[in-house]
Ligand binder design. Structure first.
Ligand code: NAD
Ligand code: UDP
Length: 317
């Protein structure tokens, strides 16, 4: 009998890669998504697979899955700043009520659950790089607060289910991740810069571009998540690539990579935009034996191929 895993947010960027990975590992995968920010195109290649099922459902409402469940991965949530600024209440609900529903389901099914948290729980960090022990610096009522606080609540209720009910829980704090299947218009920096460069438009750097991020290729992230789920570590774990770069340098790197003649133009920095972000991954190295393997140049090349194909007009035969 195959182990059965429920993946929420299955039609999204990370959820769809998780579906691929768990199917490749021999699991029966149940994907769930309400298509709020996701796209069925990301998983349409899985529909012929008898080990894949898909439920179109909003996990902020009661979640029912018939039969046994061994694992749950809760990845449903708007994730890019423009998505969660447009959908603040849905973001709070899926972090709070959605997580509560899935914890309840995990308890009923005696399943192990892993929830997708984020480096945003550290807010605009005053400690650098960020270790898991750092409590963060978040403005709860600022525009980004809807996402940050939803995820902080998600971590709190997950630990409460672990402590009160003895539920097997895992919490991954994901740092900026990129790769194929990101939505071109999701407003995150990489799809924004790549599509601008490919169209020959100016790259829009917010602020003076001195803020930093550390970008992890999706295959590395998925490997880290798989290892964390299979470990016995119940506390939050950072998964990300510690190689840090300023946003201005990142824009220049993408202009070089694409061979574009685009220039950089500067726009106002959004409110509460973190000035620096870089994961301390000592725990993942020690406990999971994990560290990223894909260099930024290699990861960006693979992602560029995906975006180029997306931008090509559909061939009509
Ligand atoms: P995404 O927008 O591509 O995917 C999220 C998916 O969740 C979408 O398919 C969307 O339709 C679905 N969804 C949203 N609300 C739902 C609901 N109420 N019920 C059912 N489905 C719902 O985003 P992503 O980048 O794949 O992010 C996935 C998860 O990882 C999110 O929880 C996000 O907070 C977390 N995360 C991602 C990153 C990153 O760099 N990509 C970083 C930190 C955390
Ligand atoms: N950013 C930018 N231009 C864009 C989109 C984003 O300069 O067109 C900046 C943004 O202000 C932030 C960084 O790039 O400092 C990363 O933004 P993203 O939305 O990808 O993720 P965040 O880490 O802020 O959640």
């Amino acid at each position: 009998m195959k182990k059965r895993v429920l993946i929420t947010g299955a039609a999204g960027f990370l959820g769809s890669h998780l579906c691929d990975r768990f199917l490749a590992e021999g699991f029966h995968v149940i994907g769930m998504d309400n298509l709020l920010t996701g796209n069925l195109e990301n998983i349409e290649h899985l529909f012929p697979n008898p080990d894949f099922e898909f439920y179109h459902h909003d996990v902020s409402k009661f979640v029912h899955v018939p039969g046994e469940l061994h694992y749950i991965l809760h990845f449903a949530s708007p994730a890019s700043p423009i998505d969660y600024l447009k959908l603040p209440i849905q973001t709070l609900k899926v972090g709070a009520m959605g997580t509560h529903n899935l914890l309840g389901l995990a308890k009923a099914k005696k399943a192990r659950i892993l929830v997708a948290s984020t480096s945003e729980v550290y807010g605009d960090p005053e400690v650098h790089p960020q270790p898991e022990e750092y409590w963060g610096h978040v403005n709860p009522i600022g525009p980004r607060g809807v996402y940050d606080e939803a995820k902080r609540y998600q971590e709190a209720i997950t630990m409460a289910y672990h402590r009160v009910h003895g539920l097997e829980t895992r919490i991954v704090r994901i740092f900026n991740t990129y790769g194929p299947r990101m939505r071109m218009d999701d407003g995150r920096v990489l799809p924004a810069f790549m599509s601008q460069a490919l169209r020959g438009e100016d790259l829009t750097v917010f602020g003076d571009g001195s803020q930093t991020r550390s970008f992890c290729y999706v295959d590395d992230l998925i490997e880290g998540i798989f290892r964390l789920l299979m470990s016995d570590y119940p506390y939050p774990m950072n998964i990300g690539n510690p190689e840090e770069i300023t946003i201005k340098e990142f824009a220049e790197e993408i202009i070089r990579l694409t061979g574009s003649r685009s220039k950089i133009s500067y726009r106002p920095l959004p409110q509460d935009d973190p000035k620096q972000r870089r994961p301390d991954i000592s725990k993942a190295r020690k406990i999971l034996g994990w560290e990223p393997k894909v260099s930024r140049s290699e990861g960006l090349r693979c992602t560029l191929e995906y975006f180029k194909a997306k931008l090509q007009p559909t061939q009509v035969s």
